[in-house]
Design a protein around this ligand. Structure first.
Ligand code: NAD
Ligand code: DAU
Length: 356
């Protein structure tokens, strides 16, 4: 089959990336989707087992920080578009090992920018048509809010963790390549995602797993920090709309208008799971354990996504309670997934599938 476009999605074996790959592979059979992933602890090809035999899907194992490999990949395939999600994504890990975040999030991103620029012949004197570099970023680049206000696309960057500093740096490089070389780039900054395939080191899947196993639920500080939660499939839908419709050089904020303190999220989760597991109401709440706070813990995030809603007509499709219940159902039905990502069996699965 002749494909109309070749699109490289990086980090497609991770949480959000796998939902983006699935959406593009199923919604655009005329696009050839390449999923480039290093398969770190966070990458898992089982996330894509329902679509990995599709004729328009190809998996490539590799590291975005490997310059020679990235240059060769772009030369071989001449991609028309890049949707860049590969990253080290966990704030706590960035506090204990910041350099990995610099290497993947900053150097890896600049490698991709250089390869796209060279492949597309971008320069300040001319504009390339029909190409797109989409950089997926986070609301954490804006820093922390007090009790009032929301992040808009013009809020000044003020990152506090090594993770958010590395993402902010990568955003600056993407804008610099647009402004300096006319690279046809767009950026989006999204709030906290939740849903199926979320790695169980992050708050919601960690607590689902711990409730299931009757283990303590570690809440940092007093649980008063606020996050704005968005169902992961709604993020993937927003990426689709922005990829196809945004102007070069533009930025969009993506969020759920759905602010919750951590303690309220976990109380709701406990209640949902009391019902699902047939436990007496109030049982799971007893697992809540307040622990030492995260260093530099941002108090509150809240995204104003009015621009995306008004310009491109996107809006979230799910209410939080409904999305959280769906998420719990997925984890309870996919015990094997949880066990394999937490036990290290995953490498065996990969070796069998790919005969390596
Ligand atoms: P994740 O940690 O679940 O997945 C990251 C993926 O990138 C994994 O598959 C991993 O194997 C791959 N990867 C890591 N280093 C790599 C490298 N050097 N080369 C190639 N692949 C590599 O992350 P996620 O939560 O799905 O986040 C995806 C993107 O979205 C990130 O850029 C993150 O900053 C951004 N983001 C995440 C959230 C969220 O709530 N999770 C919100 C806003 C933005
Ligand atoms: O806002 C978008 C960001 O959301 C993304 O850019 C990041 O990649 C993603 O990991 C997420 O960052 P957070 O730090 O907000 O997510 P996390 O799940 O680690 O924590 C959510 C909140 O819960 C935060 O206030 C810290 C708190 N927390 C977290 C963990 C893991 C706890 O109280 N206990 C925990 O054990």
């Amino acid at each position: 089959m002749e494909f109309t476009k070749k699109i490289l999605i990086t980090g497609g074996a991770g949480f959000i990336g796998s939902h983006v790959v699935r959406l593009f592979v199923t919604q655009y059979p005329n696009y050839h989707i390449f999923n480039l992933d290093k398969l770190t602890y966070a990458g898992n090809l089982e996330n894509l087992s329902d679509i990995d035999q599709s004729p328009n899907y190809t998996f490539v194992k590799g590291d975005i920080a490997d310059t020679a490999f990235i240059n060769e990949l772009f030369t071989t395939h001449q991609f028309d578009g890049v949707i860049h999600l590969a990253a080290e994504s966990h704030v706590d890990r960035s506090i204990s090992n910041p350099m990995e975040f610099v290497i993947t999030n900053v150097i890896g991103t600049v490698n991709l920018l250089n390869a796209a620029r060279a492949t597309w012949g971008c320069s300040k004197d001319s504009k390339v048509e029909g190409k797109r570099f989409y950089h997926v970023s986070t609301d954490e680049v804006y820093g922390a809010l007090g009790e009032e206000g929301m992040f808009t696309e013009t809020t000044a960057y003020d990152p506090h963790s090594p993770y958010s500093a590395s993402k902010a740096s990568s955003d600056h490089f993407v804008r610099a390549y647009h402004d300096t070389y006319n690279l046809p780039a767009v950026i989006s900054n999204c709030s906290n995602n939740y849903g199926p395939n979320h790695f169980p080191e992050k708050l919601i899947p960690l607590c689902i797993n711990n409730i299931k196993n009757n283990k303590p639920l570690p809440i940092y500080g007093k649980g008063e920090n606020v996050r704005d939660w968005l169902y992961v499939v709604d993020h993937a839908r927003a990426i689709d709309v922005i990829y196809h419709q945004a102007n070069d050089g533009s930025t969009y904020n993506i969020g759920g208008h759905n602010e919750w303190t951590n303690i309220d999220v976990i109380r709701l989760l406990c209640k949902i799971m009391d019902g699902k597991l047939g436990r007496t109401p109030g049982t799971n709440e007893q697992l809540i354990t307040f622990v030492k706070d995260r260093a530099g813990h941002d108090l509150r995030y809240a995204i104003d996504s009015t621009k995306l809603q008004n310009d491109l007509g996107w809006k979230p499709s799910l209410q939080f309670e409904e999305g959280l219940e769906k998420t719990v159902d997925w984890y309870l039905a996919n015990n094997q997934w949880l066990e394999s990502v937490t036990s290290g069996n995953y490498q065996q699965y990969y070796n069998q599938q790919y005969n390596r």
